[in-house]
Write a protein that binds this ligand. Structure first.
Ligand SMILES: C[C@H](N)C(=O)N[C@@H](Cc1c[nH]cn1)C(=O)O
Ligand SMILES: [Zn+2]
Ligand SMILES: [Zn+2]
Length: 479
């Protein structure tokens, strides 16, 4: 085992510059799933993966998902599925990642062009998607290439599933996974699932993640005038949608993040003694939080409450207002229609449909209290479930051993505040254990401006993904 891994690790180091080039090419494709105009780029990114995987000798298929629900003439990007190795004696791992990214523009405050990978003197590789999730997806391709070129056999079969709509609710993927997990389907033979699409808690110590929050994303639309108005001519004589919206949004959550919608917090599973005891051992400090926030504006002053707020309690975030004036300068407009966007991160035992009903009722009741003549409507844009798994499984043991081999430390077992909507679907449809094995660190600024992936995380992370495959095989031999 060890000599083989050494050969693999050396090859990763040798190929490291070409791995950075691979990431550069991927970041250069602005595959923003939330922007309909960027859909051709999302498709281009899928084609890039298909061609890279083919060049590595994988059997690849680009599977169409049809039209995007609720959109005319807009096709969902394809799911890229690939198979590498097909030996009946080996275990089969199903690897999932996403090739779409969050929106990004220089005007948001990026220091560099978000779609040009820019590497600084400390090896920080800036670019949209570098850490979420192009770096980790390419980590799997890098691992295959380094094995091939080092002449080291991959001791497991690999199935891959890379999607292009994760940042937009994974539209269409649940049905696809359920179909492909059935007998005769592409995922039928999977023995376990591994997802690399989240982050270490700090910057030094890797973690294995066994839980995610869900995400219900809403829009609330308020309209009144038939068109935008001059605030000097009509201000004071027309009821303003923006004023109503700001007041409704202001009722959703308080300054300390406590959700104000009756019934939401009541659905949360109580903390058990056993769960409480897990937090003390986790390597995390308030300074880790402040480093990630870039400020000391945290709600809590201790690690337990901070981690619980991130992982095991719900949160409500207000994201933006469509239709509102947001540019520089001082435009004196009364917007005719404004759409507020907010989401709730959900946790055990919250039921998604019940959350929706409580949200819609509350938003409408709060609007009614304003006595406005404007009109309101609220909608769910997308929903994805929370997930909590058992880390007592060979999948986690193998990943833990790989972390020790590559980084020389035992990983923390963590939950994650973000959402990967299809995780639960993979678990239910395949009936197999799912592991989250992150590559990036807490300072990567996923979804934010200046997203980056440290070169060390990318290269050592590629070693980690490859080593994990060997320990999965070794755990099999023990059984
Ligand atoms: C954790 C993962 N890398 C991620 O960023 N997921 C997104 C997915 C999403 C988008 N809308 C709802 N869920 C996230 O957690 O925001
Ligand atoms: Zn992601
Ligand atoms: Zn993301």
């Amino acid at each position: 085992m060890a000599p083989q891994l050494d050969g693999y690790f050396k090859q990763v180091d040798k190929l490291s510059e070409s791995f950075v080039d691979r990431l550069r090419e991927a970041v250069g494709i602005p595959s923003v799933s939330a922007d309909d105009k960027r859909r051709p780029d999302v498709v281009k990114m899928s084609e890039f993966l298909v061609s890279e995987l083919k060049a590595l000798g994988a059997r690849v298929e680009s599977r169409p998902l049809g039209l995007q629900p609720g959109k005319k003439d807009l096709y969902l990007p394809p799911v890229v599925v690939a198979r590498y190795g097909d030996s009946p004696d080996k275990r089969t791992l199903l690897l999932y990642g996403h090739y779409d990214v969050q929106p990004a523009g220089k005007a948001d405050g990026w220091a560099t062009d978000p779609f040009t990978l820019t590497v600084d003197e400390k090896g920080r590789m800036y670019g949209r998607g570098s850490t979420d999730d192009k770096g980790p997806v390419l980590g799997w391709l890098n691992a295959i290439q380094a094995h091939k070129e080092a002449g080291v056999e991959i001791p497991v079969n690999l199935l891959m599933c890379f999607e292009g709509m994760e940042e937009s609710g994974s539209e269409g993927l649940d049905d696809f996974i359920e179909r492909e997990a059935k007998p005769g389907g592409f995922f039928e033979k999977a023995d376990a699932v591994c997802i690399s699409d989240n982050y270490w808690l700090g910057t030094e110590k890797p973690c294995l993640t066994y839980g995610l929050r869900g995400c219900n994303y809403y829009s609330v639309s308020i309209s009144g005038p038939g068109q935008d108005l001059h605030s000097g001519i009509f201000g004071g004589s027309a009821q303003e949608p923006m004023t109503d919206l700001v007041r409704v949004l202001g009722k959703l959550v308080d300054t300390d993040g406590k959700i104000q919608i009756p019934g939401i917090n009541e659905m949360v599973a109580p903390v058990t003694e056993e769960e409480h005891s897990l937090y003390a051992d986790i390597s995390y400090t308030m300074d880790n939080l402040y480093e990630s926030l870039g400020s000391k504006t945290g709600v809590y002053s201790n690690k337990e409450n901070t981690l619980m707020a991130r992982w095991r309690y719900p949160s409500l975030s207000v994201h933006g207002i469509q239709g509102a004036f947001s540019d520089q300068g001082a435009k004196t407009v009364i917007p005719a229609k404004v759409i507020g966007k907010f989401s709730i991160r959900t946790v055990p035992d919250m039921e998604s449909d019940k959350v929706d009903q409580l949200v819609f009722k509350y938003v409408k009741d709060e609007f009614a209290k304003l006595g406005s003549k404007n009109t309101i409507s609220a909608e769910l844009i997308h929903a994805g479930n929370w997930w909590v798994a058992s880390p007592k499984h060979w999948n986690y043991t193998a990943a833990g051993r790989a972390v020790e081999k590559v980084f020389g430390v035992k990983p923390d077992l963590t939950r994650e505040g973000g959402s990967i909507p299809v995780t639960l679907t993979f678990e239910k449809a395949t009936g197999k254990n799912v592991l989250l094995l992150p590559m990036g660190s807490s300072t990567d600024a996923a979804h934010s401006i200046n997203e980056k992936l440290d070169r060390r995380n990318y290269i050592e992370g590629t070693k980690l993904l490859g080593a994990y495959l060997h320990y999965v095989a070794e755990e099999q031999m023990k059984e």
